[in-house]
Write a new protein. Structure first.
Length: 134
């Protein structure tokens, strides 16, 4: 399932057109951040509208890993895309909270919460396209 090295494994799965799920396992630090970067860069396309970063099995992140995430977020936003992060371990979540680098609406407790949010967004869009008002 995961491709990578002993310190970090990363799996990238295309879920829908323009939507990718990135699952990482291990540490994203100065020794492993290039593995993470090599997996993320190929999907940072103008056609990519959403990357969901599942961090359930990431137990440590350094500034090198954070830098890659923030670069990805910047590229996605410049293409009108989004980056969602799910299932942060408490110690990793604390790092994101301390640096206040991601808006709270882009961080989810787990993948079920991401799916529920995306379901609501899609239902609203369907209503909007039909001319229905909330």
């Amino acid at each position: 399932m995961f491709d990578g090295d002993i310190g970090l494994t990363v799996n990238v799965e295309k879920k829908l057109e323009g939507v990718y799920l990135v699952q990482a396992k291990g540490r994203i630090d100065s020794d492993t951040h290039l593995i993470f970067d090599r997996k993320i860069k190929p999907i940072l396309l103008s056609s990519t509208k959403l990357i969901i970063l599942d961090m359930e099995y990431v137990d440590y992140i350094s500034s090198a890993g954070l830098s890659i995430i923030f670069q990805a977020k910047k590229i996605l936003e410049s293409n009108k895309g989004s980056l969602f992060i799910a299932s942060l371990q408490p110690q990793v979540k604390k790092v994101f909270e301390v640096i206040k680098a991601l808006p709270p609406h882009s961080i989810f407790e787990n993948m079920a919460e991401v799916d529920a949010y995306l379901d609501v967004v899609q239902k609203k869009e369907i209503k909007r396209q039909k001319g229905e008002v909330d």
